[in-house]
Write a protein that binds this ligand. Structure first.
Ligand SMILES: Nc1ncnc2c1ncn2[C@@H]1O[C@H](COP(=O)(O)OP(=O)(O)O)[C@@H](O)[C@H]1O
Ligand SMILES: [Mg+2]
Length: 235
């Protein structure tokens, strides 16, 4: 579905991604783990068209999307849930979800997806008229994911959905991520929380200072010495 080939990204003198290659097959959950500053968000921003690559290619469903504008990338079925959630605080839950569907014209499909989001996240339904800025952190993360689903993605990019949330909330959000995947959406997940990210993934990649240093089946990655020592606290 997605094939990233030898991608290089620079911010001025900073070489943030170094010959990164990665693939995601239809139906998978692929996790990309790495410490703060490894380049995880940069990779997702490049896939979703927020950063233009100078070198390397991104193939999606058989054609190159490298350097396409972000709106065009949403239209072909890739939605990005950014780090730190970024909901529109002064708009209601419902208005935020409507914004997720702004490029769509199929009213009936949009109505069905509202129902889908509210079924996945009953807490959002209960709070649909509430201003988003007054939601808890976990509810804002649910809303950010819900808004991305309103674009009807084939591929969902999630940037650190666990960040800043209590373990019990993280657990429930990850159960919903698995459910979204089972309902047919392919997922590329970026996380510093290696434990939870590896527990839901089919395959995983480890990124260190812009390099992919390890990849494989999630179970293999979890059992590697590198990951046990550096990312799972020796467990
Ligand atoms: N807008 C930017 N301008 C300059 N450097 C940046 C910018 N965004 C990220 N970086 C740098 O690029 C590297 C990778 O950052 P990032 O992709 O945010 O990492 P991660 O998401 O893994 O924490 C870091 O060294 C970071 O300081
Ligand atoms: Mg990041």
């Amino acid at each position: 579905m997605l094939q990233i080939d030898q991608l290089d990204i620079y911010y001025g003198m900073i070489h943030a991604l170094k010959e990164v290659s990665l693939e995601v097959h239809e139906g998978e959950i692929v996790s990309l783990i790495g410490a703060n500053g490894a380049g995880k968000s940069t990779l997702l921003k490049t896939i979703s068209g927020l950063i233009k690559p100078k070198k390397g290619d991104i193939q999606y469903l058989g054609s190159s999307i490298a350097g396409k504008p972000a709106q065009g990338i949403v239209k072909v079925g890739i939605s990005h849930v950014p780090e730190g959630r970024r909901v529109f605080a002064n708009m209601s839950v419902e208005e935020n979800l409507e914004l997720g569907a702004y490029l769509r014209k199929d009213r009936e499909g949009i109505r069905q997806d509202f129902k889908k989001v509210y079924d996945l996240f009953p807490r959002l339904f209960e709070r649909k008229k509430q201003l988003s800025g007054t939601l808890s952190g976990g509810e804002q993360q649910m809303l950010a994911i819900g808004r991305a689903i309103m674009a009807k993605p084939k591929l969902l990019l999630l940037d650190e959905p666990s960040m800043g949330l209590a373990p019990i909330i993280v657990k429930s959000i990850f159960e919903i991520i698995e459910e979204i995947n089972k309902e047919g959406t392919t997922i590329l997940l970026v996380e510093q929380n290696a434990n939870i990210a590896l527990s839901v993934a089919n395959r995983a990649y480890v990124l260190e200072t812009g390099h992919v240093v390890l990849s494989g089946a999630a179970q293999e990655v979890r059992e590697s010495e590198l990951v046990k020592e550096a990312y799972l606290g020796g467990h």
